[in-house]
Unconditional design. Structure first.
Length: 92
């Protein structure tokens, strides 16, 4: 897995100012994404998100309850993917 960083020169629109952030794991500037809500989130979708924006994502919060209907293996794959990208997971 290629490690992403938040280096300004690597961004497509590097002329837009963003706040500097410490590396992971961080206690400040934490970004949480949420899902799946009412439809299941598949591994490929989350993989795409983390492949492109993983350097900025610190936490995935399972929200909406649809994760409780997903097969155990599908949830495990999401958890493993998050941990591979140094992303914490929360259910509440």
């Amino acid at each position: 897995m290629k490690s992403l960083n938040t280096n300004t020169s690597d961004r497509a629109f590097d002329f837009l100012k963003i706040n500097e952030r410490p590396g992971k794991p961080r206690a400040r500037g934490v970004t949480e994404i949420r899902g799946p809500y009412y439809t299941p989130m598949g591994k490929r979708y989350l993989e795409d998100v983390l492949e492109t924006m993983g350097a900025y994502v610190d936490v995935l919060k399972f929200a909406g309850g649809s994760f409780s209907l997903m097969p155990r293996q599908a949830v495990k794959e999401l958890l493993d993917l998050c941990h591979a990208h140094n992303v914490l997971v929360s259910t509440g």
